[in-house]
Ligand binder design. Structure first.
Ligand SMILES: NC(=O)c1ccc[n+]([C@@H]2O[C@H](COP(=O)([O-])OP(=O)(O)OC[C@H]3O[C@@H](n4cnc5c(N)ncnc54)[C@H](O)[C@@H]3O)[C@@H](O)[C@H]2O)c1
Length: 345
């Protein structure tokens, strides 16, 4: 029987990759997209058919996840939820963070309360959390039992939502599952995020601005690998995944400086160069994800290599100037650093 998935934040980076992935690979699902089209979301990211009222596989609904009446009506039409919608940019959360706590915490509360009202119908609710909730790694690899030590307002807002989901599982036994992706990259990511910023700066012949000495290291994974992982959770026996948390990661880390160098090499444009500014406050210094739980429970492992993912991403940005040139003005945000200086990050 066809299942309908309510996808929040589907007009953003990962959400839109998930929509395209689902339409291509899972003809058995219908999708309703709920998105408030903030600066980070765009109908340009969506398949054209989602904007047509009579398409029976995918439908876009403009709206805010904090609108309880609207969420309730959409929940009544759905069987499953994949919840991506959030304010997502660490630097922006240092500049101005109120809407992070509103959307990420209260938005999640609104959604999960609606799921509670429709608990007879909703058979799975996947909450997309983030590895940022862990803070800097205390061990070689971060597994799901690593302490939660959020280091930025974004991370703490997401941590609030992550624990809210846990508490609703404990209290109501709703069919809730949490995924903590590590850093994602791929087509349609906003220019404020590091890989698209480096790629487009290189294409434009501008300096690639690296925080600190560039040794901060993250675990980057291509977005399609996460989309595949989410579908494995959707298809899994409820008893195997309900109430669980799964990391999804590549399992390796790369320094930000090495990524800047690889992008310069990959695009073969030699008039750009790396420039350094102060460290970002709340910087996480190293993140490497342990994905063994997702492997043992779901049979999931990352499949797209860093090299292949980067090549596909470079090709996408090289071929989509019209998409990203509208975002150029939003690449840098003025924040006060630890030394009290205002810097564009
Ligand atoms: N990008 C990453 O590397 C990464 C890593 C781990 C986890 N995540 C998580 O994955 C999810 C998606 O991240 P992304 O990078 O695609 O984000 P994004 O910023 O590209 O997109 C967010 C989307 O949510 C929408 N949105 C924001 N506030 C809303 C509201 N109040 N109501 C309805 N829609 C709203 C925006 O319009 C946008 O379309 C987020 O929950 C994020 O925390 C992202």
């Amino acid at each position: 029987m066809t299942q309908t998935i309510l996808v929040t934040g589907g007009a953003g980076f990962i959400g839109s990759n998930f929509i395209h992935y689902t339409l291509k690979n899972h003809p058995d699902y219908k999708v309703i997209i709920l998105d408030a089209l903030t600066y980070a979301g765009s109908t340009d990211n969506l398949p054209a058919e989602s904007l047509v009222e009579h398409d029976d596989r995918v439908l876009f609904r403009y709206g805010n996840i904090m609108n309880a009446d609207m969420v309730d009506a959409l929940m009544a039409e759905s069987d499953m939820v994949v919840h991506f919608a959030a304010e997502t940019h660490v630097t922006r959360s240092i500049y101005d963070n109120r809407n992070f706590f509103e959307t990420d915490v209260l938005g999640t509360q609104t959604l999960v309360n609606a799921a509670l009202r429709h608990r007879e119908k909703i058979n799975k609710f996947i909450h997309i959390s983030t590895s940022e909730v862990y803070g800097t790694a205390l061990s070689e690899k971060i597994d799901e039992d690593h302490p939660l030590m959020p280091m930025s307002p974004y991370a703490s807002a997401k941590c609030g939502a992550d624990r809210l989901i846990y508490s609703y599982w404990q209290t109501y036994k709703l069919p809730l599952v949490t995924i903590r992706p590590f850093n994602m990259f791929g087509p349609r990511q906003h220019l404020e995020k590091v890989i698209p910023r480096f790629i487009t700066s290189t294409i434009l012949g501008e300096p690639l601005t690296v925080h600190g000495d560039g040794s901060a290291a993250r675990d980057f994974m291509f977005a399609d690998d996460l989309c595949r992982g989410i579908h494995l959770v959707l298809d899994a026996e409820s008893s195997a995944v309900t109430g669980e948390v799964f990391n999804m990661a590549s399992g390796t880390h790369r320094s930000i400086k090495s990524i800047a160098e690889e992008i310069l090499d990959g695009l073969k444009i030699d008039h750009s160069q790396i420039s350094y500014i102060g460290d970002r406050p709340g910087q996480v210094f190293r993140h490497t994800g342990d994905w063994s739980k997702a492997h043992s429970v779901l049979g999931w492992s990352p499949e797209v290599s860093w090299e292949d993912g980067l090549k596909r991403t470079l090709e996408w940005y090289t071929g989509h100037h019209d998409f990203w040139k509208k975002q150029l003005w939003m690449r840098a945000i003025p924040i006060i650093t630890e030394t009290g200086k205002v810097e564009l990050h």
